[in-house]
Design a protein around this ligand. Sequence first.
Ligand code: MG
Length: 267
Amino acid sequence: MKKKNNSGFLSILFSAIFISILFLFFSPVLISQTQSLKESLQKWAIHDPNRPLPPVVTPGPPLLPVPPPSDAVVLFDGKNLFNWVDSKGQPARWKVEGDYMEVVPGTGNVQTKMGFGSCQLHIEWATPYPPKGSGQDRGNSGVFLMGLYEVQVLDSYENKTYADGMAGAIYGQYPPLVNACRRPGEWQTYDIIFHAPKFDSEGKLLKPARMTVLQNGILIQDNVELTGPTAHKARPPYKAHASKLPLMLQDHNHPVRFRNIWLRELE
Ligand code: MG
């Protein structure tokens, strides 16, 4: 009996030592990762054409679409735009065809009627085929969490642009870790884990927004800390906002398609 107690105590002791060693080993790695991300923001000017482009990784064969789990809020199932409005709150005027919605250039951004904060978002998108234009003028759209924080949608398949504006970039802040793009016209996925920023009652920032993004199942943003809302040629600071705001998709004058959009709210 006594012997048994001793071995229990020893195993707890060894576990504690093991966990401490793991922590000691990994915490400097985590801290240095965060530091290097911040340094990269200081090192490169916004949309800097000299910022290195991430390497190309070819995703595995598509297994699409990814059906929503039981606790998901289905925002678009291919049938209609009942859950979407334009920026003035009027019915969204994008085209619904087959199982997708398509940007109708000039009709403006569309956004969900409901607001969301922290969430896991699944969205599938395809840029036009045949491709047209180059750089930012090719298959441009965007997924804006809370209408403010953009994950860039762009045809970045053999199409060069500034690193912090390519597909999968947190626009103007972080290039994707790799270029995981499929060819234009092919369906691609984003799985986004978004943690909304937190503000106190006076509007002071308590916690910045964070994002993790997988494109076609490949990690392209690893829990990055956003500097504030995304913008063109600017990194504006945070401004206090509601804890839930609509998800927005961008009309950038290109007929980009979206389908199978669902999210799970997180707290
Ligand atoms: Mg865009």
